[in-house]
Design a protein around this ligand. Structure first.
Ligand code: ATP
Ligand code: MG
Length: 417
């Protein structure tokens, strides 16, 4: 803790209105540069990388091949699919010679350009390619911290198929792996909602929605049959009544953390991505795209998991599993014993592969250390103090508990492991 260059803040900056930004800034996880643009500091980057790796692992399990596409997109590629003029969220810029570019807001055009170089026949299909990268969007309301960045992290997966049937089959496997990812990130309540945006008039896209009052989306949801739609597009016969089973519909504010789309031939047709099918006919490749935002997931995790004292990280994405706090004593001899014990616990846990934050700072009182630990939100707090060494015990407390318990060193290790 004495090595960490960031410091916690007692108060959130006045201009931050969202809970996630307030707590992340106070805890020293992120630093705002301008609206919707944040630096990730050491603690914040650990969390972001953990989430990205949970996502990456699932994408690899699906058979996705990871690539990294450029951020700088020439105007011409966006003109090919006809989006240069219509995509109002694009940051556009000119170089010294007057050539125009956009900062990557999404990568359908760039991936289609790659795919047309390598896909020729049905033998090259299906193909699943993804990246985890920084996206840029000129968002109008960048006031929700990590939930709505103008620069943010996104995993975007693109799939290429012979026909709609194969695309649909794959679409369902992505749906399952999205649910897995969200559970691994510590979300328990997840609503998969229908939304507009499929490539065909009758087809929906699907949004992965986390219910919380901090959400910017509104979802209608039927508890009895599971019907869920984004309120923006919903097609109800009667307000408040499920069109499926006629039971009562509930409304929830939610955060959209993932989105999956059928693209059909929307990009492959204008960009000439075609293949020779089994009978030797030339056909456009059928595509799907699947987005998920690791930085938005990080913000959403805090909106769902916090209290008045600070963040409560789910174990899967916490920057550290345990914080070991040593509290100084004025008595030299006791102090030595405190340090020795704390150091030993710190080392033993590390040896077992537990990520431990060691608060060994001197001249900081117990109250302040406890407040900071609660704010940062580490799941387990281990305290070594005059009181605990006197009883030859160590104090352990979960972030969700009010009171700690005194236990022996061996029991402590077992409990945490
Ligand atoms: P929204 O409707 O919230 O603006 P979107 O539908 O434009 O999002 P997509 O293009 O579907 O978003 O992006 C895929 C995923 O990327 C989203 O589900 C979300 O997790 C993330 N994402 C999108 N926009 C942002 C943003 N401005 N800041 C952080 N994450 C974002
Ligand atoms: Mg969306």
């Amino acid at each position: 803790m004495s090595q960490l260059f960031t410091k916690t803040l007692r108060e959130a900056p006045k201009d931050e209105v969202s809970v996630n930004a307030q707590l992340l800034i106070r805890g020293g996880f992120i630093k705002k540069l301008s609206a919707g643009v944040y630096s990730f500091l050491p603690l914040g980057l650990i969390v972001l990388r953990k989430i990205e790796n949970i996502v990456r692992e699932e994408m690899n399990n699906l058979g996705g091949q990871e690539i990294l596409m450029p951020v700088l997109h020439p105007r011409e590629i966006w003109e090919e699919a006809g989006r240069w003029e219509t995509a109002d969220y694009l940051y556009k810029l000119k170089d010294r010679q007057g050539s125009e570019f956009a900062l990557g807001a999404t990568h359908e055009e760039v991936i289609t350009d790659i795919a047309r170089k390598y896909i020729n026949s049905y033998r090259d299909l299906p193909l699943l390619v993804y990246q985890i990268q920084t996206k840029f969007r000129d968002e109008l309301r960048a006031k929700s911290g990590l939930l709505r960045g103008r620069e943010f992290s996104m995993k975007d997966l693109y799939s290429f198929h012979e026909d709609e049937e194969d695309r649909k089959k794959y679409y369902n496997t992505v749906e399952n792996s999205y649910l897995k990812i969200l559970k691994k990130c510590g979300f328990k309540d997840i609503i998969v909602a229908e939304a507009s945006g499929g490539s065909f008039s009758k087809e929906y896209s699907h949004e992965f929605q986390i219910p919380t009052i901090a959400g910017e989306d509104l979802i209608i949801f039927c508890k009895s049959c599971g019907f869920a739609q984004n309120k923006e597009i919903c097609d109800l016969r009667q307000e408040g009544v499920c069109p499926n089973c006629e039971k009562e519909l509930k409304e929830f504010k939610t955060i959209e953390v993932g989105n999956i789309f059928a693209l059909g031939a929307n990009y492959s047709k204008p960009m000439s991505l075609s293949f020779l099918d089994r009978s030797g006919m030339t056909k456009p490749v059928i595509m799907g795209c699947y987005g998920m935002g690791p930085s938005r997931l990080m913000g959403a995790a805090i909106e769902v998991h916090h209290d008045h004292r600070g963040i409560i990280w789910p174990e899967e994405i916490t920057p550290f599993g345990v914080v070991v706090i040593q509290i100084e004593s004025k008595n030299e001899a006791i102090n030595e014993k405190i340090k020795k014990t704390a150091e030993k616990v710190y080392k033993k846990l590390q040896e077992k592969g537990v990520a431990v934050l060691y608060d060994e700072r001197e001249n900081k009182g117990a109250g302040e250390k406890f407040m900071e630990a609660d704010l940062i939100g580490i799941p387990w707090r281990v305290v070594v103090s005059e009181r605990t060494v006197a009883e030859n015990k160590i104090e352990i407390k979960n972030r969700n508990e009010k009171e700690g318990a005194l236990i022996s060193e061996s029991k402590l290790l077992k409990k945490i492991l």
